[in-house]
Design a binder for this molecule. Structure first.
Ligand code: 5AD
Ligand code: SF4
Length: 478
């Protein structure tokens, strides 16, 4: 085992005033290394958020630069890469479960299998210590700050036939020359910033992804234009908190400015993820309502509807301020669909405080909500908070919350029956081979009766039926 660098909780928390470095030559593909994968197959398993999905597209491109080819069948692979997530305990459990399966593969049919583990879990000190102790059969452990070294690390591990660990806990740079192999032909994820400085007390992301650092607007626009040239119909601008875009670069730059420039490229659809209610500006709302190619869909995590809990979470807004913003968005952006994230069972949350969250849901009647039981994450302030709420109580609150959330999901879907909505058709439906599926401007999944030729196009669809999680529709001629 060779430990080049290990993650450190202390270093992961640091934030200096130093300017972020933008590096355009960090990724180099050595001639020797580019042949390692000839005749071999790779398989990537991705957990977690869109940032991870987008990172996996870079891992895929790096492995293909090494001459590996993709396989969808993990049993067939010569190299398996796990892109891990730290956000909640169950994400951890899934990864350790999968490592068990991979170990079995290695011990039975695939003794030469190369196992590479990357992503947020590798940025956690305790996880890497566990790998060192109990998972020495893994070949490479790398983090979120050294993606550019992936090929070199794999090559070294093959040469030395031992586990190589290289994980940096640092604020991070912006690396501009990493390759990408996109999964979807019509929808592209584009990073506009990395990291997060919000430090909500429950969240591990500021530790695993480093300091907030924005990409230059010119680099983002070039990537958007590249996508347009390749025939992409939709881009999703990604960041842990997109509203804060640009503030680390130039005081005149803002997400509203970027969004407007992206809109002017005329790409048919623009989405963005995720917004924090705290710095969602009027300028942003104005730009979203001004351009038809910015989709009227906003993910606006509320987390809790109670002021004491919001304060404990370090969210920087009150229930009243959130609802004011919600109303403003709904009144200014035509047909806006708003979705949210909610955590129940925060340390010391009372039944009355939970009811405030239900009140918010009943007021906002969200188009969708991701709901979670609080999961203590190693080394975060919330993990050290006193908690007298039993797991049974937390589960009960989650069930009650989901019941209300699902009621509005369905009601909002039912309101669309007989309406004609635009849908970007992506391919055959998973439910029914005779149908095609895609998403509305408001991000609702529709199974559509249309033609194969419609794949990759935005077509008008009349909604004929509504279920809780999806809609049924048929193509209408203009
Ligand atoms: N426990 C439960 N949910 C969490 N989230 C983030 N951290 C935690 C945690 N420790 C949820 C938040 C966030 C979403 C991505 O995951 O709701 O918005
Ligand atoms: Fe998971 Fe957060 Fe890392 Fe995304 S940024 S992979 S949600 S821990």
């Amino acid at each position: 085992m060779e430990i080049k660098n290990e993650p450190s909780y202390v270093d992961a928390r640091k934030r200096s005033r130093e300017k972020i470095k933008i590096i355009s030559d960090a990724y180099i593909m050595d001639n020797e290394i580019s042949k390692i994968g000839v005749g071999k197959k790779y398989h990537i398993i991705t957990y977690g958020c869109q940032a991870n999905v987008r990172d996996s597209e870079t891992y895929a491109a790096i492995l293909e630069d090494m001459s590996y080819t993709k396989t969808d069948n993990m049993d067939d692979a010569d190299l398996i890469l796990l892109n891990t997530c730290s956000i909640r305990e169950n994400a951890h459990n899934k990864v350790f479960g999968m490592l068990g399966r991979i170990k079995h593969l290695k011990e039975t049919t695939k003794p030469d299998l190369i196992t590479v583990v990357g992503g947020c879990m590798c940025q956690e000190e305790a996880v890497v210590k566990e790998f060192e102790k109990k998972y020495k059969w893994i070949d490479v452990v790398f983090g979120t700050h050294n993606i550019q070294n992936l090929a070199k690390l794999i090559s070294e591990s093959i040469d030395k036939n031992e586990l190589i660990i290289e994980v940096f806990s640092k604020e991070g740079d912006v690396i501009e020359n990493l390759p990408v192999r996109r999964e979807n032909k019509y929808k592209a994820f584009i990073n506009i910033m990395y990291g997060c400085d919000k430090f909500c007390t429950y969240c591990i992301v500021p530790y695993t992804r480093g300091k907030q650092r924005s990409r230059r607007m010119g680099d983002i626009l070039s990537e958007v234009k590249e996508c347009i040239k390749e025939g992409y119909k939709e881009v999703t601008l990604l960041g842990q908190n997109v509203n804060a875009y640009g503030k680390d670069l130039d005081s005149n730059l803002s997400f509203a400015v970027l969004l407007e420039e992206v809109a002017k490229t005329n790409i048919p659809r623009i989405r963005f993820m995720t917004s924090h209610p705290w710095d969602f500006t009027d300028e942003m709302i104005d730009v979203i309502s001004k351009y038809d190619n910015i989709m009227p869909y906003i993910h606006l995590p509320v987390q809790s509807g109670n002021d004491r809990i919001l304060k404990l979470m370090g969210r920087r807004y009150t229930k009243e301020e959130y609802l004011k913003l919600f109303d403003k968005i709904k009144s200014k952006i035509k047909n806006a669909a708003i979705t949210t994230d909610i955590i129940v069972g925060y340390p010391s949350e009372t039944e009355e405080e939970f009811n405030d969250t239900l009140d918010v849901v009943n007021y906002c009647k969200y188009d969708g909500a991701f709901t979670f039981i609080f999961s203590p994450r190693e080394n975060t302030p919330a993990s050290r908070m006193e908690d007298d709420v039993t797991l049974e109580e937390k589960r009960d609150r989650l069930a009650r919350l989901n019941e209300v959330v699902n009621k509005y999901y369905k009601e909002n879907n039912e309101k669309l029956i007989d309406k004609v909505v635009p849908v970007l058709i992506e391919g055959p439906s998973e439910k029914d081979k005779n149908l095609y599926s895609g998403y509305t401007d408001t991000m609702k999944l529709v199974n559509v009766k249309c033609d194969k030729e419609d794949i990759g196009n935005i077509i008008n669809v009349r909604i004929i039926d509504a279920k809780t999680w999806s809609l049924d529709g048929e193509k209408v001629d203009e």
